[in-house]
Design a protein around this ligand. Sequence first.
Ligand code: ADP
Ligand code: SF4
Length: 697
Amino acid sequence: MSRDPRYDCLFEPVRIGPVTAKNRFYQVPHCNGMGYRDASGLAAMRAIKAQGGWAVVCTEQTEIHPTSDISPFIELRAWSDQDLPMLARVADGVHAHGALAGLQLCHNGMNSPNLTSREIPLGPVDLPVATFSNDPVQARAMDKRDIADLRHWHRQAALRARKADYDIVYVYAGKLFGGPMFFLSRRYNTRSDEYGGSLENRARLLRELLEDTKEAVGDRCAVACRISVDELIGPEGLHRAEAEDLIGLLGEIPDLWDLTLSGWENDSQTSRFSPEAYQEPFVHTIKQFTSKPVVGVGRFTSPDTMVRMVRQGILDLVGAARPSIADPFLPKKLEEGRLDEIRECIGCNICVSGDFTASPSRCTQNPSMGEEWRRGWHPEYIRPKQSDDSVLVVGSGPAGLEAAMMLSRRGHAVSLAEAGETLGGRVTRERTLPGLAAWGRVVDYRQPQILTDSRIDLFRSSPLTADTLLEFGAARVVLATGSRWRADGVGRRVLAPVPQPAGYRVLTPDDLMDGVLPATSSVIVYDDDHYYMAGVLAEMLALKGYQVSYVTPAAEASSWMHATMEQHRVQARLLELGVSIIPHRILRTITPDGIEATCAFTGQVHQIAGGSLVSVTARLPNTSLMQEMQARQAEWADAGIKGVSLIGDALAPGTIAAAVFAGRRYAEELDAPPRADGLPFRREVTGLAADYQIPGL
Ligand code: ADP
Ligand code: SF4
């Protein structure tokens, strides 16, 4: 197959200063929770994107100096030449597949609490650091010496970038991460010297860094400038008109403009709250102010939208972070006319949660994300089968779909049995809830491949029992039978079933998704799960006209969603819909007309009124089939069964990402010899210093 001519313009080369991108697909800098701790894992992840056809592959933020230490976030470092081998490993992998490597140099200024380095953070003024965690640390106002130092460090780091063979070197002034943005900001920068006041003055530091970088490495490397065009806080923040003026001032200095929104939660908005191309209104005029190429993002997954961005002169390069994580081979698939095979980002920000939890990013759609080096997984390829075992997968949720698809790719004969008529399990149910439609892409990507795969026999409306499993005759049985929500209030804070009146029916998310709605006009939604489900159900009930009280032991609704940068939006949406949010309350007893709940701090008992209760606390795995099979293990050999495994939510309920991962893991590890060290994956251990000694000994 070859590409559709409609998409030809996406494959035109773009000149960026002294280098040329072979097409318009540009993986913008994005963090990944690996950074300097998991350098080889990070390098392999970037290299695979280059293999997948991205013309430019950038690193994440790369701290240029110990005064720019953003611990606990794990990014890259270019503090000294000691970092060169790590930086070079990333660039080499990208070059091996013919892409340009970009290094996002960064001095984080007032965004760096310097918790590791213990240096005093630097900013335009004396103010507390601007971090996600309100660290008790203040930045000090930079004097002229500090500015000279910063320019020197940045120049040294740029020279290191060139030494490590990068093609594009960034000056970062965006998202209130890049320190120069604090100087650009009228809110933060109240200086009265030549670095404060007018836009020209506030842009002085950025101009100097750009000119320094051009002068240091501009002969061989393109210099990119990343800025934020709007902070979405109205006139007091940086906004588009000011960004246009800024580019009017500096427009021709860098070789490339990389546009974002600020902060990160505005830049990486989720599908629950924003459509594709949500940044278009903020960037569509910028190209009028510079002759240099412009790259921007907006969770682009549709090639038609990408083409429109180019044709309408909004962007020269189609930027992507999340779409490149969900499908590192997106450009190649477009080029080869394999549109149906594109694994579209669902916009869930599970990837972002990796950064917030200081763990390697994982992806709901692409289970190989972060596993490329340590487990040897590839987003597109999987090693051939080692045996002729046939496999029966029971259950077609995300775990079962992924297992069936990848087992078939290995060459196994696969049967997939699903109790219901439709495929997709929990995803097919949850995609109908408010804001979760795009999550259905987990099924939309896998289902067509399964339906057209001659190696997979599909059995719909087939609730299997131990008898049918034993009759089936498959060598391997995988039970991906899912889970169901508990109705007894047991979760994180309550560990024993909550007393309830005789005959009372507590509703669960499963009930609501089955169409069972509260019979009363007032409803309590009790959330001890803290991810999306309770918030989504409260929203759904409020939209249907119920009077909803959202009760939770946490301080706020859907509290874990800070990690996906959505908590504030969930809370705002519920409040706007009139939902009453009652924090710090632990379910104690269910009464005919509400609940009794204890204060999470004092233990004082409160009555909360509500005609019905929707309990969102925890799930129980569906293990009954496994238990029946275990009870009949003596019959396995005669039935030709070598093994029965539980995977996904049926083993331990978790995220959709965890279920997809479980399906992939089963397929990857079938017949795989155990590692010699007994660990599930290889790891990189910090190199010990040769000059180790204990002070005073
Ligand atoms: P996971 O997230 O682990 O993939 P889901 O709950 O999404 O789990 O999906 C489980 C699927 O398994 C559901 O579609 C359900 O209908 C199906 N299922 C459960 N038990 C059986 C069974 N005995 N036979 C066939 N399918 C089953
Ligand atoms: Fe997209 Fe979700 Fe994957 Fe992130 S985790 S790349 S948002 S599908």
